[in-house]
Design a binder for this molecule. Structure first.
Ligand SMILES: [Zn+2]
Length: 119
């Protein structure tokens, strides 16, 4: 990878990270503002709970992605950005461009998805 490409990926990742951080901060604020009204109907409360659960799930995904981006930036720093974490092979540039936070090559990602989807 050329220094120019490195810089491009760093910029992509940093941008993505700040967007996510802003989104997470927004979610947290919204969550804190949400109060269960004791006078509301049971069905309304259930709806509220469902919304809360969705927000939490969403937040969890975002936090995961945030971790991945931070890891990717570290990998960029130590020169292992293009190296698959699982098999040590090279992650194709096209894959990195499509998803700058990936740490696995496609076959390893597939294997991982298949092993975790059975849960
Ligand atoms: Zn691999």
């Amino acid at each position: 990878m050329t220094p120019k490409q490195e810089q491009k990926f760093r910029k992509l990742l940093v941008n993505q990270r700040s967007e996510l951080a802003a989104e997470l901060a927004g979610l947290r604020k919204e969550d804190a503002d949400t109060k269960v009204d004791s006078s509301s109907e049971v069905s309304e409360r259930a709806l509220l709970e469902a919304e809360r659960a969705f927000v939490h799930r969403h937040e969890h995904d975002d936090a995961n992605l945030l971790n991945k981006i931070t890891l990717a930036l570290e990998r960029l720093e130590n020169g292992s950005y293009e190296t698959c974490l699982s098999c040590g092979g090279v992650i194709p540039m096209a894959r990195l461009l499509a998803k700058p936070s990936v740490a696995l090559c496609l076959p390893c990602q597939k294997a991982k998805d298949e092993s975790s989807s059975g849960m």
